[in-house]
Design a protein around this ligand. Sequence first.
Ligand code: NAD
Ligand code: DAU
Length: 349
Amino acid sequence: MNLLITGGAGFIGSHVVRLFVEAYPNYHVFNLDALTYAGNLQNLSDVEGKPNYTFLKGDITEAAFLEQIFRAHKFEAVIHLAAESHVDRSIAGPMAFVQTNVLGTVNLLEACRRAWAGDYAGKLFYHVSTDEVYGSLGEEGLFTEETPYDPRSPYSASKAASDHFVRAWHHTYGLPVKLSNCSNNYGPNHFPEKLIPLAIHNIKNGKPVPVYGKGENVRDWLYVLDHARAIDSIFHRGRVGETYNVGGVNEWRNLDLVELLCDVIDEKLGREPGSSRKLITFVKDRAGHDARYAIDSSKLMNELGWKPSVTFEEGLRKTVDWYLASEQWLEEVTSGHYRDYYRKQYEER
Ligand code: NAD
Ligand code: DAU
């Protein structure tokens, strides 16, 4: 099978590419990525020499380019992860999110429709999406696949739009599609603009750890490899036309999570217990900050037998170990543009 994975140089995409390249030597995996600030081929340095892997640099907003690679490589399936993914960036500049997440997704749907020309046997378009499309929960309840869409940030609105387009191409043109909506991922290769890697980086370097508002917002954290395993299960065994929610059953208040990270890093670096907690700094809240996300994954668990393979304790320790050992990766991704972003986001507000 010629399999196109988009956004494979990013955080989740790189774990998905590695899993498919290693587990399915009879597939040829093409990784299409524009290498934006979030894309980094170092994430895949162990995979780049494999005979069943090819990197294609390109932008999903360019329809003509997509047509050309579909003609050249005869893709039979697509796993679509390429996106602008950071909520704060979507607040500062929403148009890139409309371009990539909405227009880019429609371009890909059109490329599949044209290339496959109604002969859909053995074909699949798998769209990777987020729980943020469902909006924000109060203290009780979970997002199910039936929860009405209620996106509230430019990022989540763009992902919700892309989900609607994917379903529309299924209902109108019969394109075989699957979707999944996942909660917050964490793990190695996570870009340090997001809470967990940013907190680890700053705690390690003795810098202030910014917590928005009072730190009371709740997220449901899932280890990235468990998301990749869920994508594998849904891709191979999920039902066409269906949506599967993916989550960690692992809710944390931001402040509790950051305190835990301080304590884990104090222990690992031999610092006085509790000493890094003084780095926690409350800063101006995110505009329109969603209060709580929590996912009901029972459909995925009951139908496909998926469940998380690591506990949060294990996953977090592995993650901290990876960041402490990946000095060079962090150096590279936090130079240049990252410093400008950080200054605007945290120091000039
Ligand atoms: P990321 O920002 O780390 O990576 C995105 C990748 O897409 C990068 O490699 C980037 O270069 C590439 N890309 C961006 N614009 C592109 C374009 N126009 N053309 C081609 N490539 C482009 O994102 P991530 O956190 O790995 O998220 C991957 C997907 O999973 C996204 O669709 C996101 O919405 C979804 N998701 C993420 C999470 C999470 O917690 N990170 C949770 C649920 C769903
Ligand atoms: O729920 C899935 C989503 O999770 C994905 O679709 C997004 O791509 C991904 O970025 C993530 O979105 P969040 O906004 O939840 O993640 P982030 O790491 O940016 O923030 C997590 C929480 O921490 C959120 O409540 C905001 C807060 N926060 C974040 C940062 C960056 C802080 O308190 N301080 C910070 O510096």
